[in-house]
Structure formats: structure tokens, C-alpha cells
Design a binder for this molecule. Sequence first.
Ligand code: NHR
Ligand code: GAR
Length: 193
Amino acid sequence: MKNIVILISGTGSNMAAIVRAAQQQDWARRLDARVAAVISNRPDAKGLAWAREAGIATAVVDHKAYAGREPFDAALMAEIDRHTPALVVLAGFMRILTPGFVAHYAGRIVNIHPSLLPAFPGLHTHQRAIDMGCRVAGVTVHQVTAELDHGAILAQAVVPVLPDDTADTLAARVLTQEHLIYPRAVAELILRV
Ligand code: NHR
Ligand code: GAR
């Protein structure tokens, strides 16, 4: 069985979309894959309770308990590796990962980023797209490399930016597309890892 470990920091709606797809499409039988664990760097992440109720193992590795990125990443890696993952999935995970961490999972760690990369890597993507006058925005699933939001692109979806959009209304429109493309991208990738 190929184990998928999902990292979250907050709501976990992308995580939930992947778990639902795995259940509804019977990934265990069809892809020999399952979501083995959901790990958060924030103890209060809403997605943790949702995952627990879905019967998935959960864990917290609180970045505030560590002196820096290297010891945090070492602890996170140890927690992830308890599940011998075939694939590590960042789903609204908000801590930049060290080069050593990324190298450890090279080729089998992916992220969903709420912009049309290579436009707007980093944070506050929706406000930046509005401020630039973009007519379209969207979302990108990409390989995670040491350089932030720069890995190979695996999937994208586009949405319009409407004249009255705020960062929140645009984010909500993008998020509906995230929930469609991320489960699909993970299912495709799990066949190749
Ligand atoms: N790590 C590496 N090495 N490469 C990537 O491509 C990564 C990554 C870690 C996270 C997600 C990313 C996004 O999709 C991601 C991609 C957090 C920050 C950030 O600045 C930037 C990009 C992403 C996630 N985080 C602050 C930090 O100091 C903390 C912000 C907070 O806690 O709210 O780590 O956009
Ligand atoms: C999503 O829009 C995701 O693309 C974005 O945060 C949201 C998380 O929602 N990710 C980042 O901004 C990473 N820096 P979710 O917790 O409900 O999946």
C-alpha cells in the first residue's frame, strides 16, 4: 500500500477534498494508495479534528517548540517517516521547508499554490493579482524544490478576476478549483511514485 501523508496548517479543505476523493474513488483498491496521516504545525488547525473524525491518524509538530527551521524540519521528518510515505502532500502548509527536508523527499513532495505560477510565488497572492490588474487568476500544483514555489508544474486551473473582487472573494473562487484539481493531480502522481 502506498501511503500519502498530508501536511496542513489550517482549515484543511484541500486535505478533506483529497480524503473524500480517496474514499469515493476507492483509491485503496484502484490505486493501492491511502491517506495514512495528516500532520499540522499548528495545534489548533481545524483540519486536524476533521481528519480524526474521518478515521485518519493525526499528529502535531508545533514549530514554536523548536529553536529554528532545521530542528523543526528534523522533527517533522521523523513524524512523517513513521508512516513510510510514498508521497508527501502540502495542503495549505505554511512553513518554508529547508533544502535538507526537500532533498529527503525529492520527487515525491508536492504543493498547491493559489496563483498561476510562475506569477506570484510566496504569500498574499490574491491581493497581488488584484493590485496588478490581472484579468485571470488561478491555482498551481507543483513539485516542491528548495526554491519556494519553483518546482515543475503538474496541474493548473484558471478563474476570472471580476471587477468587484476582494482578496477573499477571489480566494473563494480559486479554492473551488483547488478542490477539483488537487485530488486529480495526487491520484495521477501516486501511479508514478
Ligand atoms: N518549502 C519549499 N522548500 N519549497 C516550496 O515550494 C514550499 C515550501 C514550503 C511551503 C507552500 C507555499 C505556498 O504555496 C510551500 C512551498 C509558506 C510561505 C511562508 O512565507 C511561503 C510559501 C508557502 C508557504 N511562510 C512563512 C515562513 O516563515 C510563515 C507564514 C505563516 O506561518 O503564516 O515559513 O505559498
Ligand atoms: C489554499 O488556498 C491553498 O492554496 C493556500 O492556502 C489555502 C489553504 O486552504 N496555500 C497557501 O497559501 C500556501 N502558502 P485549506 O487549508 O482549506 O486547504
